[in-house]
Design a protein. Sequence first.
Length: 288
Amino acid sequence: MTRASEYAWSNGSINHRESGAPSIASISLHLGTGVFDGLMAYWNRDHYYIHRGEQHLARFREGAERMGMAVPWTVEELMSGIRELLELESQETQYVRPIAYRGAPELWVTGSEGKPVDVSIFTVKVKRDIDALLTCQLSPIERISSRAIPQQTKVSGAYVNSFYARKTAELAGFQDGLMLDREGRVAEASAANFFAIEGSRLLTPRLHADIFPGVTRQVVLELADRQGIGYEEVDLRREDLQRMDGAFLCSTLMEVRGLSRLDDVALATEQSDIYRTIVESFRQVTHH
């Protein structure tokens, strides 16, 4: 990933990116209590198309609220800030990262409730690489339970789980890691939802408390409906993966990325009509 934008939208105005940095004594820095989200702003010839922007920002605000950090800006105000920020950037596809945090000094587990909630948004230029397939490890890292940290919100500290899954996979020669939950069910990759292709249908883990309800996951299911592709949301286990003809991951930043290998099993994802249809349909959706 390339470096972040020089400027950021912070608490209602455009400033140098680091002017929104929290205190080194911030509880959000020490305990990981920040809440973030991610959006794609696709540069399509002569304009930016912000994919599902309102949906992402509504989720962002709701997640911050769950952490006791009411965001004082509406979805519309945040969208306006993103557009203002994009005007300063070169005309390239951008990943947009909003984050809410308590930047003022406060170290104790409780006691920060009276501190102001800061919101900053910055961008990162990204290159679309939707056609490149990935290798994936069946991760030895267990997906963290929602009984420990609720998984419906992008809480900064919870993503240590994702960090370990990704780094463990990379050290083993893979590009990502597919985690199982404490009951042995397939959960998700380090930061992406999982789909398996079996014959003429798609299978994806049933949403439960330990799986993040990704916006891109929802888009893929909508595309499957539109294209007449059958799918099931089911509990998948390790042995079910042996019957796959192909598989792919999806997320805001990753988009839709096929898997060429899961552990030591080669997959024919690239030859799947289902996969090619979903990828092409997704590409059309994001080229508004």
